[in-house]
Design a protein around this ligand. Structure first.
Ligand SMILES: [Zn+2]
Length: 291
């Protein structure tokens, strides 16, 4: 590769990073809407506008056009497949994405593709249904009694996230809890996932290899989770989201918000002192909001 081509690739890689960051902001905005938390919308809108303005006109219009169709316009390649639609990608195309030669789109779904190296992976066998068991419904599709923490030991945000991520690894849902913690904290740095009424929805997107996974943790004393609300966070829903479930995850988020807006539901969760009771309560109170 000559110098000029290499410089071109560096510029292209910067553009790709810019698009990925911009998309994180648009997703954070959608999350704020799903959790009925308008507190940071204007700040997010401003940042989104600034980043949009910095893009070359043709790339901006492609990106905006795709965002109108789906919450994801740029997605990582996972295990040689497009992580959004699952299409297996030709080696030459993967090479082009990896080298950042140009903007490459998935031949099947048309989304822009990018390359990542270290991402935590979901281990899909952990919660899969055993033969003869009835099909799972509602929240049982995404979680399990193993992922309930009725009394968090951690007293701060980073510690709480690490404690949940460690459990996800320990129970065999995730291959690398440390990496998961890092990614969740990166997401918190963009804009806090804490919302009113003592709730927070920390999460990591782009964890491939299995389905959407939810853990629930309660802090008895409450944790300062950042964000605009001065209230302490007591109920944490931690989500691990494969790229293909990015749209569905917003629905889950609004279902959980709808449930937990009721003081009665929050009190029930806070009163649980065992993983079993927390799990049973969660199933019960989300029956009408999560299908
Ligand atoms: Zn695709």
């Amino acid at each position: 590769m000559n110098d000029q081509a290499q410089r071109g690739n560096v510029v292209m890689q910067k553009t790709i990073n810019h698009l990925v960051q911009l998309q994180e902001l648009t997703l954070a905005r959608a999350e704020q809407e799903a959790t009925l938390s308008g507190a940071q919308l204007s700040q997010l809108d401003k940042s989104i506008q600034t980043m949009m303005d910095e893009l070359p006109v043709d790339i901006r219009s492609t990106f905006v056009r795709m965002l109108k169709k789906s919450p994801l316009a740029i997605v990582p390649i996972a295990n040689k497949n497009c992580s959004a639609c699952g299409m297996s990608l030709p080696v030459s195309l993967i090479q082009a994405v990896r080298a950042a030669e140009r903007l490459v789109t998935c031949p099947n779904c048309g989304r822009l593709l990018y390359y990542t190296t270290a991402a935590p992976r979901r281990i899909s066998t952990a919660s899969s249904r055993r033969r003869g068991e009835p099909p799972k419904v509602g929240i049982e599709r995404f979680s399990s009694v193993d992922l309930m923490i009725p009394r968090l030991e951690a007293t701060d945000r980073d510690g709480a996230i690490a404690e949940i991520c460690h459990l996800l690894e320990e129970k065999g849902f995730i291959d690398n809890g440390e990496l998961l913690t890092e990614e969740a904290l990166k997401r918190e740095a963009i804009v806090s996932t804490a919302v009113d009424q003592g709730l927070a929805f920390p999460h990591v997107r782009g964890v491939e290899g299995g389905g959407l996974t939810l853990a629930c943790a309660i802090s008895e004393k409450g944790i300062r989770f950042g964000g605009p609300s001065r209230s302490l966070t007591r109920i944490l829903f931690f989500m691990v989201i494969p790229t293909a479930a990015s749209a569905f995850y917003l629905k889950l988020l609004s279902g959980l918000t709808e449930t937990c807006r009721k003081e009665d539901a929050r009190d029930k969760l806070l009163a649980c002192d065992t993983a079993e009771s927390l799990w049973k309560t969660l199933i019960k109170i989300t029956k009408s909001t999560i299908s």
